[in-house]
Design a protein around this ligand. Structure first.
Ligand code: SAM
Length: 248
């Protein structure tokens, strides 16, 4: 069937490409890829010869128009990112909105996603979680973001760059408390896959002592704020508000 297919691709282990994803990539008229050279490796491995076109964060309306033209003509376009599920900290949002605006069918081909993989095996509550993607790069903005999340009861999910993970764990231990449980999930589905759950303080010490943990691709999970702390925080807030009202 014609339309725009949002195709999840492996986050490390090529065996995770689903048979349906492969069918769509083969049958598509065009593959819109975040990085065509990066995706070429995957496509070559599976013997997919479909034409590719670049579609990334900085793609302008012209690039989008080229894709929409194929779709308007009744063609099939597959959108892929470098790894995992498109649109999850990856490009695609404006394209999907544009397709929907023209009543072009948009269909998901679900598959790997680092955030969901980390949640599934991390050992923190998964009944409620909040996806935060990447924290801001600048220290002040990062700190502000973490402070805003300190009383959030849902499990928090972050993507993190390896060269920043130590600094981030330190900031998290300071903002959320060193006792708060967290998970470092690194190189999921790859040779050096590591999933470790511990307190933020312990995780920080472990990563500081072993520079191998500061390599590769990383998801950080942080347990939500325990209800008691949250209640205390809210009580303090209410008290401060009342005090402020009373003061001249
Ligand atoms: N769309 C992707 C997904 O569905 O997971 C995420 C893209 S985002 C640009 C890349 C980030 O995802 C990495 O910096 C890392 O935080 C996380 N990530 C991707 N692959 C991973 C893996 N195999 N193990 C751990 N984290 C991974």
């Amino acid at each position: 069937d014609s339309g725009l297919y949002i195709v999840a691709t492996p986050i490390g282990n090529l065996g995770d490409l689903s048979p349906r994803a492969l069918d769509v990539l083969r049958a598509a008229d065009l593959i819109a890829a975040e990085d065509t050279r990066h995706s070429a490796r995957l496509l070559q491995h599976f013997g997919v010869t479909t034409a590719t076109v670049a579609y990334h964060e900085h793609s302008d309306e012209r690039a989008r128009e080229r894709i929409l033209e194929v779709l308007r003509g009744g063609g099939v376009v597959a959108l892929v990112s470098d790894a995992g599920t498109p649109l999850i900290s990856d490009p695609g949002y404006p394209l999907i909105r544009a397709a929907q605006a023209e009543s072009i069918p948009v269909r998901p081909i679900p598959g790997p996603c680092a955030a969901i993989a980390a949640l599934s095996a991390g050992g923190l509550p998964t009944d409620r979680f909040q996806f935060e993607g990447f924290l801001p790069a600048k220290a002040g903005a990062r700190r502000g973001r973490l402070e805003a999340l300190a009383t959030q009861p849902a499990t928090l999910v972050f993507y993190e760059a390896p060269h920043r993970v130590l600094e981030t764990l330190a900031a998290m231990a300071e903002t959320f408390g060193a006792q708060r449980e967290a998970v470092l999930a690194r190189e999921i589905t790859k040779t050096f896959e590591t999933v470790r759950r511990d307190s933020l303080g312990e995780l920080h010490a472990w990563v500081a002592a072993d520079s191998n943990q500061q390599r590769g691709e990383i998801v950080l999970l942080v347990a939500g704020c325990p209800p008691r702390e949250q209640a205390l925080d809210e009580a303090t807030g209410a008290l401060l508000k009342r005090l402020a009202e009373e003061l001249p």
